[in-house]
Design a protein around this ligand. Sequence first.
Ligand code: G3I
Length: 369
Amino acid sequence: MLTRREFAASLLGVAGAALLAAAPSRADTPSLNDLARRSGRVFGAAMRADQLAAEPALRKAAAAECGMLTPEIHLKWNSIENRKGSIWYEPVDQLVAFAARNGQKVYGHALLWEQSTPDWALRELKARRNWRLVSDHFERVLGRYGETIEVWDVVNEPIDTQGGRQGLRRNTFHRVFGPGYIAHALETARHYAPRARLMLNDYSFEYDNHVEADRRKTFLRLVADLKGRGVPLDGVGLQAHLDLGKGPLKRPVIAPFMQALADMGLEIYITELDVKERDYRATPQTRDARVADEVARYLDIALDQKAVKGVTTWGLSDRHSWLRIERGDRVDRKRYGNPAPNRGLPYDAAMQPKPMHQALAQAFSGGLT
Ligand code: G3I
């Protein structure tokens, strides 16, 4: 059987493949979102309003390539209300306005996440054990953006199969309200945003190892339980932080997991796609090829699943990537110089498109069927 890529290549022929490989800066070249749209999908990227404001090249690429933007930090509780009662909507408003000007959607990330909960709120949650703190936050954010933003990560990263309790992360919400906090958050979000689509977003579901197998099983169990009880859950975000140190991506691992989610009637968004390199002892060309291959392999599998409605990369340019070179990574500074930054996004630090960009374009074009 042909893979999506082989099939697309056979349809497009040599001329079509050359068109897809062309630099995306040409006005007549379809953008990533143009290509994604042809299969009814959307391409997006995480963005920060301050970076957009400061960098014309980023602005241009974000406007041209994306059909959706995810605020990388501005919608998080500790950005909106870092000090109790002092509310900061400005960067969200800027991003929402930028998206509106460019006919783009915004993806709501994220209402509840321990790591982005301000310290004062964590303290008060522990002291008062009062859900009102959470629901006030939801009411504020969804009251303002719940109509404009159609899709929301209501709970971010609830799974922890290693240090968690029955697979659920022992975060402050779990400690204070018990495992029911997830259902409660979804119901609260539904109350304040009756028309929004409500998601759970989590990571490390891609590779063939024990930890990720446990995570997939636990996540499926969690969403099946929520759906079974009629809790308002419309979809899931699969972050897809790919990692070149985790071994090959395997269709028999990923496809059935996505199918099980689809069978529950859930929409799937790939929400934070990027690639962590591990072996930096190579030329930028070789590194870029490895990154592109990983993305091609992943999307070849993921885009075969019709429930996948969109693909978002966690940034557009390596310049802004959250991925760092870590202890244990392989580096040879003498031979290759400083390897930073990690090259796991579609544009390099100078805003030039890389093979990962072509891999995305080609993967979306495979959806032309
Ligand atoms: O803006 C302040 C700055 O004023 C201060 O000097 C500096 C000191 O540390 O911090 C700055 O804020 C940082 C912010 O990024 C902007 O750079 C925060 O400390 C830092 O925690 C924050 O990191 C973000 C992180 O989420 C936490 O919100 C990353 O940019 C963002 O890429 C990352 O995204 C997460 C997703 O939300 C969930 N999945 C994993 C993904 C990667 O960690």
